[in-house]
Design a protein around this ligand. Structure first.
Ligand code: COA
Length: 326
């Protein structure tokens, strides 16, 4: 049993915030942001929630796959910025779209989230438990970013992407291999606190408001440029493929310098690395599915094309998968 992506979709909030807009908020410059990150603008929610944008992206994916909401068997939403602690975002999406026959749950692996969710869905389908899955990466990071911290607020954006995954008997298709890992001991280099433990039995009586994203940018950068090529090579090794045989490297869009460093380490030309971060910034779990949808809709993915998808981020989490487009 193999799996096949039969539909992709994405949604970006209408409001575009350029680097010049950022200059009015914090002590920064368009040239600095472009040079250090490759980002020129990002889409920012003016009220859209994670579940609303996730549902919009998912609807597009279902439309492309030619499926009705009632046919969906599983929904996994990867997010680290849900609007509710309960219910989970996937159940909200289920309710919005009317996917009444699906099991729905969230998965939080930050920027690796979509890849981990895709791998989880693939595993469920390959065991025969479900025949299809809606896999979504959606974030409204703008509400957890500190808009007074120039070292982080310029990096992130809001958006959602989705893929509809189905079981297929076709040979040589779908996820060939994967490599996943986590390094929780170094997790605090990229963090965001939720509520503190305050209850009638704690000494502390006052709830501190949930925190904002904090990051040691240089540590995250070093982690990414070391771990991403290693994960990709591990996944390729498991698939018995070489870097030269890969048509598209669909990487988490955090920073153009990270993508360039990965390309250099793998000795692969940059034209095999599609990018959209210049327009959308880092949307955490949404980056890979939004980029996948954009290149799919642009007709750049042909049957039999070999893709590497790779993500990394808070946790720390990282991973790569080799996927044959069907
Ligand atoms: N505009 C202008 N100056 C800025 C700035 C901004 N937006 N943000 C930081 N600076 C300043 C710093 O304050 C520092 O000034 P100082 O030398 O006077 O102290 C200077 O720029 C250099 O800061 P530094 O943090 O060393 O820059 P850097 O070259 O490491 O670039 C990042 C910063 C965040 C772009 C880079 O570390 C990075 O991309 N890291 C990975 C982050 C990431 O991808 N996170 C998400 C992972 S999923």
């Amino acid at each position: 049993m193999n799996t096949k992506i039969t539909g992709t979709g994405s949604f970006l909030p209408e409001k575009i915030v350029t680097n010049f807009d950022m200059e009015k908020l914090v002590d920064t410059q368009d040239a600095w942001i472009r040079e250090r990150t490759g980002i020129a603008s990002r889409h920012i929610s003016t009220g859209e929630t994670v579940s609303s944008i996730a549902a919009k992206a998912a609807k597009e994916a279902l439309l492309m796959a030619g499926k009705q909401p009632g046919e969906v068997e599983m929904i996994i939403v990867a997010t680290c910025s849900p609007e509710m602690l309960l219910p989970c975002c996937a159940c909200q999406v289920q309710s919005i779209l009317g996917c009444s026959n699906a099991v729905a749950f969230d998965l939080n692996a930050a920027c690796s989230g979509f890849l981990f969710a895709l791998n989880a869905a693939t595993a469920y389908i390959k065991t025969g438990l479900y025949k299809n899955a809606l896999v979504i990466g959606a974030e409204v990071l703008s509400k957890i970013v500190d808009w007074t911290d120039r070292s982080t607020c310029v990096l992130f954006g809001d958006g959602a992407g989705a893929a509809f995954l189905e079981a297929t008997e076709e040979e040589n298709i779908g996820m060939l291999s994967l490599s996943q890992g986590s390094d929780g001991a170094r997790g605090m280099v990229l963090a965001c606190e939720d509520r503190d433990v305050v209850n009638p039995f704690t000494e502390k009586k006052e709830q501190i408001l949930p925190g904002y994203v904090t990051m040691n940018g240089q540590e995250v950068y070093k982690f990414a440029v070391r771990q991403v090529p290693a994960s990709i090579l591990d996944a390729l090794n498991k698939a018995n493929l070489t870097v030269e045989e890969i048509d598209h490297f669909v990487l988490h869009q955090a920073n153009i310098r990270i993508i360039e460093a990965v390309a250099k380490r793998l000795k692969v030309p940059m034209d095999k690395f599609p990018t959209n971060l210049e327009r959308v910034g880092n949307m955490s779990s949404a980056t890979i599915p939004v980029l996948l949808d954009e290149i799919n809709r642009a007709g750049k993915l042909k049957k039999g094309d070999k893709l590497v998808m790779s993500g990394f981020g808070a946790g720390l989490t990282y991973g790569a998968g080799v996927y044959i487009w069907g």
